[in-house]
Design a protein. Structure first.
Length: 494
């Protein structure tokens, strides 16, 4: 089976940047072993104007039979001959999707150490799949890909060109074109939708497939009009797994609520102002906005911790990332957000496409959900959750706690969140209202302290509390910050 990915370019942005993104040099033909055969990566053309990478997967049909996975659709027993005579070696399926993930894993994750600015840059892309099983026909192919920003050309393959009366087969030739998608997005679309169109997988679908689906579907699946069909087919119509995935997708969708203003929340404010949504209710006489005071407090705490490699979790439009970049003490800065739109704005704010090479090596923007563990976040000195936790439903907080404190385990974690007791000081904020419509809760100082101490004790951290903004003697500060520091015993064990 065969798939090509092409990019066009200019002398300033050559198409051969595709080789950096795929981590495969255009001058070399490379071979990779897979569980069911051999994958070859080669470049039929590679120039500044146009570059094409081809993935050729040679499937070992005998290996499929020996493992009991060559028995036809969904692995169900068919005629004995179907074990040996089937479309698995020739038509795009879950075999090709798994090969894409294995061979281009870094590209799919949006990682490029050599050119860190490239993964976030949209490319003029063309993807061609000559033989794709499409259970649902051309209409379904368009319904799956067009909402994602692809221009779709789909041609049905006749059963036999010499006998047109026999009609069309279930196979199509697919061409996808787009100028506004990143390579990572394109690969994740293919990884999920190729087996969805085939409506069969070559391996047993277990519970870990839900996590794979949500990782690959980050940023596009929660709002896809065919979400239910995609989820059901990807999980081989296993109802229990489909229900779990749909519930988790709904939680992600809710977490992205109010995204019409590009995450117009406390840590993702409109680009033209330094103040966030809660600062609009701040007394006018304040000369320094609360947003600025909060960033200053975070920077001071990071300096005190001695951190050099920092995560900004829920980075929004990148205001804190921008402030960190101005300080050379921070050698690596990673911004993570669930919203691709917010990351796009952050990329523009930081001018990643025009940033010098040395500066670009210090910063990276990644899409990710804090509700799931992510190995990319391990090994950092510090992590910041600035005005993030209040945007999660309370039942989801334990997932975030484990992802940050139990899995990523930075040496220092800074968490800021509104102090609800201070709300009475803002005359323009109606009684009983939150500072922002997307806030799922706002804690008192006592509630925040109880949560932070519980989390610290559970995961081997100490915690201290710092007021941010004017510390009112009656109601406390407008923002409260907790600084979690890993205990010496835990740090040594890590």
């Amino acid at each position: 089976m065969f798939l090509t990915i092409s990019a066009t370019g200019t002398p300033e942005r050559p198409a051969t940047d595709l080789g950096y993104l795929l981590h495969k040099h255009p001058d070399n033909a490379q071979t990779f072993s897979t569980s069911y055969g051999t994958a070859h990566v080669l470049y039929p053309e590679a120039s500044a104007e146009r570059c094409t990478a081809a993935l050729l997967l040679e499937v070992d049909a005998v290996a499929l039979v020996r493992r009991g996975k060559g028995k036809g659709r969904g692995g169900a027993p068919d005629a004995a001959l179907a074990q040996y005579v089937n479309d698995r070696p020739y038509a795009a399926s879950s075999l090709l999707a798994v090969a894409l993930s294995a061979v281009f894993s870094s590209a799919m994750k949006g990682q490029c150490n050599a050119r860190p600015e490239l993964p976030a840059r949209p490319l003029p892309l063309r993807v061609e799949v000559p033989a794709l099983p499409a259970r649902g026909g051309a209409d379904l192919v368009r319904a799956l890909f067009e909402p994602l920003g692809w221009t779709v050309t789909v041609e049905a393959v006749a059963l036999d060109a010499e006998f047109p009366g026999w009609g069309d087969s279930r196979y199509v030739r697919l061409v996808l074109e787009s100028e506004r998608l990143t390579l990572s997005e394109a690969l994740r679309h293919l990884y999920v939708l190729l087996p969805v169109l085939d409506d069969a997988k070559h391996y047993w679908v277990s519970s870990d497939e839900v996590d794979k689906l949500l990782r690959a579907g980050d940023g596009w699946l929660p709002d896809h009009p065919e979400q239910k069909l995609i989820t059901s087919r990807y999980l081989s119509r296993r109802w229990s797994l489909t229900r779990e995935a749909m519930e988790r997708l709904e939680l992600v969708r809710l977490a992205e609520a109010d995204d019409s203003a590009v995450e117009e929340i406390d840590n993702a404010v409109a680009e033209e102002t330094e103040a966030d949504s809660e600062d609009a209710a701040e007394p006018e006489e304040k000369s320094v906005s609360l947003a600025v005071q909060r960033r200053d407090a975070i920077l001071a705490a990071l300096h005190a911790s001695g951190a050099a490699r920092v995560l900004d979790l829920g980075c929004g439009q990148g205001q804190l990332v921008q402030a960190l970049l101005k300080d050379t003490r921070f050698t690596e800065i990673v911004g993570v957000d669930v919203s691709m739109r917010a990351l796009t704005v952050a990329s523009r704010r930081l001018k990643l496409d025009r940033m010098g090479e040395r500066q670009a090596e210090r910063v990276k923007l990644m899409q990710g959900s804090l509700a799931y563990t992510d190995n990319r976040l391990k090994g950092y000195d510090a992590a910041v959750l600035s005005e993030v936790i209040e945007h999660l439903d309370l039942p989801r907080l334990p997932a975030l706690e484990y992802a940050v404190f139990g899995s990523a385990r930075p040496k220092t974690v800074l968490v800021t969140t509104p102090n609800v007791e201070y709300n009475v000081r803002w005359e323009t904020l109606p009684a009983g209202h939150s500072r922002h419509g997307d806030h799922r809760f706002e804690w008192t100082r006592e509630e925040f302290r109880a949560w932070a101490e519980r989390v610290a004790g559970r995961h081997g951290y100490g915690v201290e509390f710092t007021p941010v903004g004017p510390d009112d003697p009656e109601v406390g500060p407008p923002t409260q910050m907790a600084t979690f520091t890993m205990s010496a015993k835990e740090e040594k064990a890590a």
